[in-house]
Every structure is written in structure tokens, then in C-alpha cells.
Design a protein around this ligand. Sequence first.
Ligand code: BTN
Length: 242
Amino acid sequence: MGQQLFFLPVCESTNSEAQQLLLKNKATEGCVVLTDEQTRGRGQRGNFWEAAPGKNITLSVILSPVFLAVRHQFYLNMAVSLAVLDLLREQGLEQAQVKWPNDLYFEDKKLGGILIENTVNSLSIQHSIVGIGLNINQLHFGIDTATSVAAVVGTQLDLKRLVARLMEMMEKRYLELRSGKLGKLRHEYLQVLYRYQEAHAFSVGNERVTGRIVGVDEDGRLAVEINGELRYFAFKEIAYII
Ligand code: BTN
């Protein structure tokens, strides 16, 4: 991954740039769009993604997981989350976790996020644009629920080296996905899932509930035990209260 690399000093969104490359047939599998600064970075749930220019990892990888059934698309989220966690662990953030579905967390603070946009036909995924925003050297945030690798380890890191390493981690996890190691990926994902098997507060619609995450199903829905009842939630139907 990363053999084909487009570096844009500034752009609106690397996911949007990657989409354009795909439309123009200019991208091969594993192509990376990297930037120092996004002016309209997109996050999950229609949020904006903001990051200080030149300090963080902001990129999109174009993949063609045509081997992955549409109903298995959440396994790509798991594989990518695990690749980012592999990188974080290597930097000494042993306690880093994934907050479902794919936010990267360290001790109740957000380190980064993943936005995957898939093009599917009736049977399989055609293209995936995997957008990753990871706070690396930024030390000041407008909110106190965000953090960075540098804030945790106390030193500034070499961004280029980290991007290269992340591509290696992505490649390894993507190969696991391609070779059908779905059970392994799901097992490892659950091991690093934030608040897994703990009583925790969630908002479900307008309600505040206490529940215990007991798993993630094939469709990526969160399985939560609430008052002795097992319930499954799709993205946007439930949110952690932190
Ligand atoms: C989230 O936590 O809400 C997901 C954030 C994803 C941000 C990344 S930064 C690179 C890529 N380009 C975008 O516009 N978004 C993703």
C-alpha cells in the first residue's frame, strides 16, 4: 500500500480527492491520498473533522475489496481499526482502544477516527475509500476530549515514518481480510473494544440507558445487554455517553 501516492499540501477532504481519482480511473488499489491540511475534512455522523495543519496523519487509502460480501463489510472497519491500533501499540500506547464502530481512543480521549465510504453492487464491495485521521503531534485542542500520540508519549514523532509504518500495518491486516480470517479479526477487535463487557451509559434515542456491550454481529451492529435483554444497534441508533 502507498506505492501510488498523491500528496496535496492542502485539500478539502482526502476522501473526496480519492473519490475523484476513482471516477477518473487514475487510482490503482492501495493508492494513498495524503495531505497536510483539510479545509472540509469529513467525519462520521455528518461531522467535520478538524486537525492542526502539518501535525497529524490525514489520508485516504483506495481499496477494492471485491472479495468481501456486502453483508461482511464491517470486517473492513475491523481490519482498519486493528491496523491503526497496531501502529499505536508500537508507539507505546498499549492501552489504546477502539470505540465502536471505529474511533481510536486512549483513556477516554479521542486520538483519531476512520471514515470508510464504500461503493457496492448487489453482491460485493467494489471500492472502499478508507479515510484515516490520527492525531500525532498536535498538543492543543479546542476540546478536552481529544488527545494525540505526542501528548501521551511526551515527544514529537516523525510523521513520514509513521505514515509508512501505517501502510505496512494496513497491508498486513488487509491480507488477513483477503484470506478470510474473519473470526480472527472479530476476536481481536472485541479484545480492544472500548467498554467491552463493562456496565456503561449509552444514549438510545432520547433515552439514557445502562448496558453492557457483549459483542458485534456480522453486520457490525453493537450487541448490548440492557436490563437482561440482548439488543442490537446499528450505527446512529446508539451512542456511548462519556
Ligand atoms: C470520525 O471520527 O468522525 C472520522 C474521522 C475521519 C477523518 C479522516 S481525515 C482523512 C479522511 N478525509 C476526510 O475528509 N475524512 C477522513
